[in-house]
Design a protein around this ligand. Structure first.
Ligand SMILES: C[S@@+](CC[C@H](N)C(=O)[O-])C[C@H]1O[C@@H](n2cnc3c(N)ncnc32)[C@H](O)[C@@H]1O
Length: 312
């Protein structure tokens, strides 16, 4: 079946100018998605340059590999970007000129009901970016203990009603397993006081985000992967990272801080014993946000933050 992959690349111009593309350079798009950013990067490259695209979603790889098939200098890999070191090995590449990470889910994933990411459509509780993995949202909702559910809703969703939502899930699943996105949605909505529903971008948003992060292990090794990729940049090369919620952004901010700081000894250490040396500098002191027009046209861009680091 032909995939109808709809996704508008967020802050496209800001990402492209932030990467300061070298036409002969090697670039990695760690989150290929529908290839919106990748296509524009490829347009700026000479045949000598190369773009490597990774995605853990086979649908994204299939769609975008076909879409970009006229570019002979494009290679794609179905893998989690936490395994990007394997891609360096396979291609026998040592250093690259730029890296893009556009975190989270694509509009295609969110809007395809059968993928089970959204509380707006009825679908199976799935939420796997990589459909070959075992853990699904169904497993989280139906097998995690009350304490585990509270923890993920609180930590990954920053949900203030974590306990009452987890309690209602446990109560409902004792009657029968919770199978669909809309069943879960109702269980959440039933316990959130009406006066708090307004202004939350949908009562279910935080819990769905939390379950999605858990299912896809989204924060695991993100920090380490950013440090690894920054070390793989050539001098003057850049890494641009788009985040969509505070947990991701905090990890990027802290990783960039480590990369831009000479000494990372604990604050009260009298003399430096770590020997750490900065290898990067921030291109923008503050994260870049989408312009008013983009925010109006693409709701996904309203919470996006773009941070860019340059290798020194
Ligand atoms: C926001 S979309 C990227 C959209 C893309 N920049 C574009 O313009 O079309 C994020 C994509 O990254 C993928 N993804 C998220 N986390 C990943 C990870 N750890 N490893 C590989 N792919 C990941 C998702 O499957 C999704 O297709």
């Amino acid at each position: 079946m032909e995939i109808d992959f709809k996704h508008s690349p967020v802050m496209l111009n800001e990402v492209l100018s932030g990467l300061n593309i070298n036409p002969d350079g090697i670039y990695i798009d760690c989150t290929l998605g529908g290839g919106g950013h990748s296509e524009k990067i490829l347009e700026k490259l000479n045949p000598n340059g190369m773009l490597i695209g990774l995605d853990k979603d086979q649908d994204a790889i299939d769609f975008t590999t076909k879409k970009l098939s006229t570019y002979k200098n494009f290679k794609s890999f179905h893998t989690d970007f936490k395994n990007v070191d394997e891609v360096f090995d396979v291609l026998q590449i040592d250093k690259v000129d730029g890296v893009l990470i556009d975190l989270g889910v694509s509009s295609y994933q969110l809007d395809t009901a059968s993928r089970g990411f959204s509380f707006r459509f009825s679908g199976p509780l799935d939420m796997r970016m990589d459909k070959s993995q075992n853990l699904t949202a169904y497993d989280v909702v139906n097998t995690y203990s009350y304490e585990q559910l509270v923890k993920i809703f609180f930590e990954y969703g920053e949900e203030e009603f974590s306990k009452s939502i987890a309690k209602n899930i446990v109560k409902q699943r004792e009657i029968s397993p919770i199978k669909t996105t809309l069943e879960l949605s109702k269980i959440i909505e039933d316990v959130i006081p009406k006066k708090f529903v307004f202004n939350r971008g949908g009562a279910d948003k935080k819990v769905f985000q939390a379950i999605r992060i858990e299912v896809n292990d989204e924060l695991d090794k993100l920090y380490e992967t950013i440090i690894y990729l920054a070390k793989k940049l050539k001098s003057g090369g850049r890494i641009a990272i788009l985040t969509f919620h505070s947990l991701e952004d905090r990890i990027v901010k802290n990783a960039f801080k480590e990369l831009c700081t000479d000494c990372i000894c604990p604050p009260k250490t009298p003399i430096c014993i770590c020997g750490h040396k900065a290898i990067g500098k921030l291109v923008n002191k503050k994260p870049i946000i989408a312009g008013a027009q983009e925010q109006e046209q693409n709701s996904r861009s309203t919470c996006a933050k773009l941070r860019i680091l340059e290798r020194i």
